[in-house]
Design a protein around this ligand. Structure first.
Ligand SMILES: Nc1ncnc2c1ncn2[C@@H]1O[C@H](COP(=O)(O)OP(=O)(O)OP(=O)(O)O)[C@@H](O)[C@H]1O
Ligand SMILES: [Mg+2]
Length: 333
């Protein structure tokens, strides 16, 4: 009997130890971890044959609490799809593979539904995400009439030079820049653990763009994981901790902001080309264009534009750790 009791309390203790271990692991776990993400679209060509268009392949990104990661890459490289994949808002003809974990646990469909707009917020790229039939104030407060919510929104609007009257307006009555500031306000209304901001700054003047980036930085400093998608590498380098570089539907490099101080500390030829294209480094033009998914070369997607490419670049290219960062290039050392 007593043995039984001992066993029960032992197993209870073991269970609570396991629970504690899991809690510790969760605390240490990245807020967001994306492993081998793939997204493809089902399309029908003229003969009504079904084809699959793989627009994201083997994409890895992770963001820790207190960290701001900027995703940079050319248009069409899959940045918005990454955001929509995490948020569970991909179009119906998209098929997603790979694994997404949030605070150490899988982010399944039901879970993201519960967390979306609360713990996990998206600042979408397009102002088309605002409801055109709903006044701005109730829309951003998500219908809440509580004095607290109203006060908070007033405060946020003041930061973005939007006057209180804007709350009573519809999105079509605002300029593009005002709508963009309204979109940014949605992220600041909640106390999110994960913020994904998809190109939050176009159309804003430099001072407001910097203020917006500084606010995302503040959210990270308060403990949130922040993923900012941007074309503006220069602005990203001022506020982010790490940069993830996208090319043709995958991550080609993850580097710390310090790595961008010199070209030699970067790892991938595309990242180096982006570095040379920055105004302060001489605005050097990158020859060629990013291949469309239907015409991807085998092996390295950047090979056709790469000055260092050789026959071996047509083989499989692993994403590997080099000098504390990650790179998808066999030549990087
Ligand atoms: N609904 C869709 N059906 C088919 N292809 C799509 C669909 N949505 C996006 N794509 C393709 O997926 C690729 C990545 O698109 P995505 O919008 O993620 O690019 P992006 O990096 O955000 O570009 P930008 O910097 O212009 O915002 C593009 O080639 C695009 O044409
Ligand atoms: Mg986009």
């Amino acid at each position: 009997m007593s043995g039984k009791k001992g066993n029960t309390s032992d197993s209870r203790k073991n269970r609570s130890d396991e629970q504690t271990m899991r809690d510790v692991q969760r605390e240490d776990a990245p807020v967001l971890k994306i492993e081998h993400m793939s997204i493809s679209f089902t399309q029908y060509d003229r003969g009504m044959h079904q084809t699959s268009l793989p627009v994201i392949r083997d994409l890895d990104v992770e963001v820790h609490g207190g960290e701001m990661v900027a995703v940079v890459g050319s248009s069409g490289s899959g940045k918005s799809l990454l955001a929509h994949g995490v948020m569970g808002v991909l179009p119906y003809n998209a098929d997603m593979g790979g694994r997404i974990t949030y605070c150490g646990e899988e982010l399944a469909k039901e879970r993201i539904k519960k967390l979306r707009g609360r713990e996990i917020v998206l600042v979408p790229q397009s102002i088309a995400y605002l409801n055109p039939l709903m006044k701005i104030g109730p829309q951003i407060r998500r219908g809440s009439k509580a004095t607290e919510a109203r006060k908070k929104l007033r405060g946020i609007f003041r930061r973005y030079e939007l006057d209180a009257g804007v709350e009573e307006l519809y999105p079509f009555e605002l300029s593009g820049g005002m709508n963009r500031r309204v979109l940014i306000s949605t992220a600041l209304m909640e106390e999110p653990k994960l913020v994904i901001a998809d190109e939050p700054t176009p159309g804003l003047d430099l001072a407001v763009a910097k203020r917006a980036m500084a606010h995302f930085r503040e959210l990270a400093d308060m403990g949130a994981g922040v993923l900012v998608i941007t074309h503006d590498l220069e602005l990203a380098l001022e506020v982010a901790d790490r940069i993830a570089v996208f090319y043709a539907g995958t991550t080609v490099e993850e580097a710390s902001v310090q790595d961008f101080e010199h070209e030699e500390t970067l790892r991938h030829p595309y990242t180096k080309a982006l570095w040379r294209a920055m105004p302060r480094h001489g605005f050097q033009y990158i020859e060629g264009t990013q291949p469309y998914v239907k015409n991807l070369p085998t092996g390295c997607s950047f090979a056709p534009r790469c000055p260092h490419c050789g026959a071996e670049c047509a083989g499989e290219i692993d994403y590997r750790i080099v000098r504390g960062g990650k790179v998808r290039c066999i030549r990087a050392e």
